[in-house]
Ligand binder design. Structure first.
Ligand code: FE2
Length: 299
């Protein structure tokens, strides 16, 4: 009897506070993000919601947890430090994988003050710390893509660089037929998932690679919505799944906080995946099972 591997996916926790930010830290694109946080986002993204999610997640005891970006608001060094402490609560680095989001990369910040602090959660099995991250866990290989180089003011676009695309293509080919290949990316790879100013600008190049090489699942964040989309694959269509923000109170875009549990079982043809949706109950501030759906994927 093949063993079930349980993968938890959460995204966009936006867990950091800007209440003690210094004005000089906002002399860039960050001033726009700060105003947005003051007016809207601090009411929407609530740390107590995220804490309730993490508590529930720990009771579910997944084998691994993935976080698809936007842990911070403006990617300030003090936010990176705060997020590092939170990651330590979430789980040990060998059981938690992170990719960055556009809010983590508002403007360029030296590696040692930014992603370098999360290095243990970004390191591939072979020891390197560059994207795509490669982490093999049970029947699964996680391929973590960085889609979030800093973008211009008023934009939250993403892009996957040429070298990363080339390497991703090689990795998808290398692990075909041996693992359930799961691509982690902050920006959804299909352009209709988000507004034009938030799109992945070179989505066509990524979709071409996925169509040629195939994969089991693509998991993303960024839209703060539950989304299921199917991309063209070499044989079967490829499921692309987005999850709402892990800290959302539901006032901004109508989506309450939730996370997904993927229970993955190898079969003769590929993999069966039971997806459990765990959502926030606003009345009790607890998470509960809202439902399930099933996928059969090629891997
Ligand atoms: Fe976000």
């Amino acid at each position: 009897m093949p063993q079930t591997f349980c993968l938890a996916h959460l995204s966009d926790p936006h867990l950091t506070s800007l209440s003690s930010v210094h004005p000089y830290e906002l002399l860039s694109k960050r001033i726009l993000g700060y105003l947005s946080w003051q007016l809207h986002r601090r009411h929407e993204h609530r740390f107590e919601v995220l804490q309730a999610l993490v508590h529930d997640l720990h009771t579910q005891q997944p084998d691994h947890i993935v976080v698809t970006g936007d842990l911070t608001q403006l990617g300030l060094p003090h936010e990176y430090r705060q997020a590092t402490d939170w990651l330590a609560q979430l789980g040990p680095p060998e059981k938690v994988t992170v990719v960055p989001g556009n809010h983590d990369r508002y403007v360029a910040v030296p590696w040692q003050d930014s992603l370098g602090l999360w290095q243990a959660y970004l390191t591939s099995d072979h020891g390197g710390c560059f994207f795509p991250i490669v982490r093999k866990r049970g029947p699964v290989v996680l391929l973590g893509v960085d889609s979030a180089p800093p973008s211009a003011p008023f934009l939250a676009t993403g892009k996957v660089g040429k070298e990363q695309l080339m390497r991703l293509s090689q990795l998808l080919a290398e692990f075909a037929h041996s693992c359930c290949r799961i691509v982690l990316i902050h920006h959804p790879p299909h352009p209709d998932a988000v507004q034009f100013r938030k799109r992945l600008t070179n989505h066509a190049a990524l979709c071409d690679i996925l169509a040629k090489q195939g994969c089991g699942l693509v998991l993303h964040g960024h839209s703060h919505k539950w989304q299921l989309h199917w991309l063209k694959g070499p044989t079967l269509p490829l499921p692309v799944i987005g999850v709402p923000s892990a800290s959302a109170w539901g006032t901004e875009r109508g989506s309450l906080a939730r996370y997904h549990l993927y229970r993955i079982v190898p079969t003769e043809e590929g993999f069966n995946v039971d997806v459990e949706i765990r959502s926030l109950c606003q009345r009790t501030l607890h998470f509960y099972c809202q439902g399930f759906f099933q996928l059969k994927i090629a891997g």
